[in-house]
Ligand binder design. Sequence first.
Ligand code: FA5
Length: 346
Amino acid sequence: MLENLERIKVQFKEELNLAEMKDELERIRVAFLGKKGLVTEALKDLHNLDAEAKKTAGMQVNMLKNEIEKAIVDYQKVLEEREYQKELENAERFDYSIPSDKPVGAMHPITIVQKQIEDIFKTMGFIVEDGLEIQTEFNNFEGVNIPKNHPARDMTDTYYLDNGQLLKTHTSAAQNAIMKKYGAPKTGEPLKVLFPGRCFRNENIDACHENTFFQLEGMMIGDDISISNLIYFMKVLLTEVFQRDVKVRLRPGFFPFVEPGFELDINCSICGGVGCPTCKNSGWLELLPCGMIHPNVLRLGGIDPDKYTGFAFGLGLTRLAMMKFNIKDIRLFNSGSLKQLKQFTV
Ligand code: FA5
């Protein structure tokens, strides 16, 4: 019996060494461990032995069986590795670092307009700052002269976090930190900053209101800044973005952080001012509120309002993109519909 097992072992090793393909391994497995395989037959032969011999031989057969099973599994891994190396050698070489000749992505329409405005203002000496999306209640409200219980807070309800912070309702939330960061202009050259960002409001959503939208804020502070400067920069902004005449109207507007404050509305480009769902049938869209920075806001930012004045504007960037690309419904921007968004990319 033991001699027979030794023969089986030698035969198995010889056959295994000759195997070069995975399917040959399967044939070997069946030949040794299958129903009529050599090891299985040896197990059956155990019946013919007496109890003591059966015990010893039984152990030997089982050991051989385990040895063969393990050898087959190990050899299978060797063959797989060999096959993989062969595939690598034959594979067509592909260099992932070579730039593609096909465009693989495009800028979102809001980003296009944002970049355009940033470029215009940078040439006029503005620096671009990145405001945080999560802000303290102070920065979003008190820091811009909106004390607790002020009615303006109701109009811009937002999402509060457990730690008392909130998702900012307007880019003006960065005003205080920016004033503290740069301080009053020291060289006579006014402080000129642009800070675009995503804003959040608990909003009734319709064609021109989203709960998540973009604004782009601008601020200029110096020792002789007046409403004329404000109007000049607003004109440059709109002329450069639209590259055509656009009708606007300026009217008084109330914001606790500016005095005087203005609303700058744009004639609806969807209906040409006749009235449509986008402009809520008014023919106009609120776009660019602005004004002279309130002395309290300068003071809170560490800038002496008796020495310095400044203007600020809070452009509705998402709405500007709507007007520029004639997009009827603001919900398109957050829809994630590439088919639609692709129409407006350049
Ligand atoms: C403000 O947020 C002021 N912080 C703007 C400001 C800055 C005024 C500096 C004066 C000085 P308002 O809530 O009106 O103002 O929003 C400004 C612009 O953001 C609006 O004119 C509009 O174009 C856009 N906007 C406001 N709410 C939404 C909304 N839910 N969806 C889309 N755009 C919006």
